[in-house]
Design a protein around this ligand. Sequence first.
Ligand SMILES: [Zn+2]
Length: 86
Amino acid sequence: MPRPRKCQISDEDFGGFQLIIDLDFYYDTKEICEYVREKLVTSLNKLHLGQLTFRAKEKNFHIHDKDIYDLRRTSENDIIYVCAHC
Ligand SMILES: [Zn+2]
């Protein structure tokens, strides 16, 4: 059973960036954050935004207060926010 969830970056530079992930493919929230970063970097590279790519690579993306088990219990319409504010 796939468990698709919308992930959205919450951050002053890349806030609003969204993608759908399948929660069954990840062992922990760190992996989710790395995947989101990877997709963001790929998207920026496609647009030839080299300077922003550099910034995206330096960000400390993280998910607050929830581990992978909590996320799996959320409903399909819930958005997973990936923070880089703090
Ligand atoms: Zn944060």
